[in-house]
Design a protein around this ligand. Structure first.
Ligand SMILES: Nc1ncnc2c1ncn2[C@@H]1O[C@H](COP(=O)(O)OP(=O)(O)OP(=O)(O)O)[C@@H](O)[C@H]1O
Ligand SMILES: [Mg+2]
Length: 266
């Protein structure tokens, strides 16, 4: 685990039932999860088991039906309010499967978006973007429009945008799911480096067992809907890991253990 400045996440008895047209949908059973500051946790599970639901609750985008979420020891939702605390929101960055960039804005202005309206001057915004762009390999693309970038490069922009306000926690929902295998490998290496350099707490959702084992300090396996934690697998390969870690027999064992439990679901 990286000894960084990330914040802790505490999930206690957190469940979600959606009120849908056809009646209630139990997406996630009451779940407990403690993520240590600077830890890299990966959520893995079959489609529809509630991974996105849990991540969106951590992000303050939807409210739990029951239970308590704490970010850095403070409640994400205070009292009965559906609105997350500003403090907590300021410590979160979110990356989705699609980069969701604004096509009419140049790359640098996409990255700077979260700083707008916060009293940060244009020169300062540009300087902060340039500093961050160097660590995600975007320095030569800042004055391009998103459409001129490959899928992998666009996702780098999304990652930079999620990091620009210096959050202590990065939440990622299948961030590389739309990328080809080689680009995905290079993005995994990039993400590991960013995480090690910056010391964020990361919670990442993926469908890929090998991606999960490559990236995680801990893989949390969720069962089929309604989701509950089925297994927690510690992954203790030294960091930084390179792609050859996948050739280690122990890597194969961990992948096998997870695949067996996922059974016919993938
Ligand atoms: N707004 C909603 N209203 C009703 N049901 C929903 C809503 N959002 C999600 N669900 C249901 O809750 C369950 C969990 O959904 P969720 O998106 O969290 O799964 P997931 O694990 O992220 O799946 P995937 O791997 O396909 O992305 C699914 O059965 C889904 O259909
Ligand atoms: Mg999902």
């Amino acid at each position: 685990m990286s000894t960084g400045s990330g914040a802790s996440i505490s999930v206690r008895g957190v469940g979600k039932t959606y009120q849908a047209g056809a009646g209630p949908v139990r997406a996630l059973l009451p779940t407990d999860l403690e993520v240590a500051p600077g830890e890299f946790v990966v959520l893995l599970g079959p489609s529809g088991c509630g991974k996105t639901t849990l991540l969106r609750m951590l992000a303050g985008l939807i409210t739990p039906t029951e239970g308590v979420i704490e970010i850095g020891g403070k409640p994400l939702f205070s009292g009965r309010s559906a609105e997350p605390s500003r403090d907590a929101l300021g410590s979160l960055g979110f990356v989705f499967q699609a980069p969701n960039l604004m096509p009419w804005r140049k790359v640098w202005r996409n990255i700077a978006l979260p700083l707008e309206g916060k009293g940060v001057s244009k020169a300062e915004r540009r300087a902060r973007v340039e500093e961050l762009a160097a660590s995600v390999g975007l320095s030569d693309f800042l004055d391009h429009y998103p459409k001129a970038l490959s899928g992998g490069m666009q996702q780098r922009v999304a990652i930079a945008r999620a990091l620009i306000h210096h959050p202590s926690i990065l939440l990622m929902d299948e961030p590389f799911g739309a990328l080809d295998a080689m680009t995905r490998d290079s993005m995994n290496l990039l993400l590991q480096k960013v995480w090690m350099d910056m010391g964020k707490t990361v919670v990442l959702v993926t469908h890929s067992i090998s991606e999960a084992v490559f990236l995680a300090d801990r893989v949390v396996l969720l069962s089929q809907r309604p989701g509950r934690i089925q297994d927690v697998v510690d992954v203790d390969f030294a960091r930084p890991r390179d792609l050859t870690v996948a050739d280690d027999p122990h890597f194969g064992e961990l992948v096998g253990r997870l695949r067996k439990q996922l059974g016919g679901h993938r």
